[in-house]
Design a protein around this ligand. Structure first.
Ligand SMILES: Nc1ncnc2c1ncn2[C@@H]1O[C@H](COP(=O)(O)OP(=O)(O)OP(=O)(O)O)[C@@H](O)[C@H]1O
Ligand SMILES: [Mg+2]
Length: 261
């Protein structure tokens, strides 16, 4: 089980500072969800911690500086579903998902029957087995999203970063994916870090929430401890009631009626 500890993280795009001195813990074996308004730096945070964009500060993966872990080795421990992944032109679904196996392969340990089985299982877990022979570019938005999630599953890492995994998915498929994420966490001890916009789903499926605004940490803790009308107003400029979710007993955000915002 891997956990991540981030201290004094700073990320800029050219002269533009997006994250300025952020301290966050992403605990091992937990589901942590990052919430915050559009443009506040959620994707940038995941990309920086996953070493896809340069940053300064400390990023420790189970105590070891993540920048000292060779990239291929890191990819056997940490996988990333980007917010807008781009598939190579013409690639078939089974080959895209197969790319999730690359970090586990080498010149003396190439494609094996195990890789084949892992890919088949990853496709089955997202209900995408029947898409295996299709070109990725010919799929619907939701089908494509499920295939990308399969690719991340095929990577079999102890830490999974999922940037808006429910984008394009209908509500029932979103819940299927979040239940799958929860199962990966409880059954396989995976450490999950997601970005979600639906605060109610975030509250249901997360052990911890990390709330960002303007690249700063606004709150961190269990959904029950931190979700409040005041926080929603401060962070999202949203007028909302917070009630008890009749299905879970956790917090349920109910935006004010039109005209009462
Ligand atoms: N490659 C880039 N080059 C320059 N600026 C960027 C780049 N990527 C993001 N930004 C800027 O950094 C800020 C944070 O962007 P980021 O994508 O991290 O936000 P986000 O919280 O993920 O938003 P969203 O909810 O819309 O996905 C924004 O102001 C954005 O315009
Ligand atoms: Mg984003």
């Amino acid at each position: 089980m891997d956990g991540i500890s981030v201290r004094d993280l700073r990320v800029s795009y050219g002269p533009k500072v997006v994250i300025n001195s952020l301290d966050v813990d992403l605990p091992a074996g937990k589901v942590t969800t990052i919430i915050g308004p559009n443009g506040c730096g959620k994707s940038t945070f995941l990309r920086a911690v996953g070493r896809l964009v340069p940053s300064s500060g400390d990023i420790l993966l189970s105590g070891r500086d993540i920048r000292s872990v060779p990239r291929k080795q890191l990819a056997t421990r940490l996988s990333m579903l980007p917010q807008t992944p781009v598939a190579p032109e013409g690639i078939l679904v089974k080959d895209l998902v197969g790319r999730g196996r690359h970090p586990h392969q080498s010149w003396f340990n190439q494609w094996s029957s195990k890789d084949h089985d892992v890919v088949a299982e990853a496709l089955a877990l997202t209900g995408s087995s029947d898409l295996a022979e299709q070109p990725v570019n010919e799929l619907s938005g939701g089908q494509r999203q499920r295939v990308w999630i399969s690719m991340v599953l095929a990577q079999q890492t102890s830490v999974m970063f999922l940037d808006e995994p429910t984008t394009y998915l209908d509500l029932s498929t979103s819940i299927d994916v979040l239940n799958l994420v929860r199962r990966l966490n409880t059954d396989l001890n995976r450490t999950i870090v997601m970005v979600l916009h639906d605060i109610n789903l975030a509250a249901r499926y997360s052990d911890n929430l990390v709330v960002l605004r303007g690249g700063d940490l606004k709150a961190e803790g269990t959904p029950a401890d931190i979700i409040s009308s005041t926080l929603l107003q401060e962070v999202f400029n949203l007028t909302a009631l917070v009630r008890e979710d009749p299905a879970t007993g956790g917090p349920l955000v109910v935006p004010a009626a039109p005209g009462n915002e």
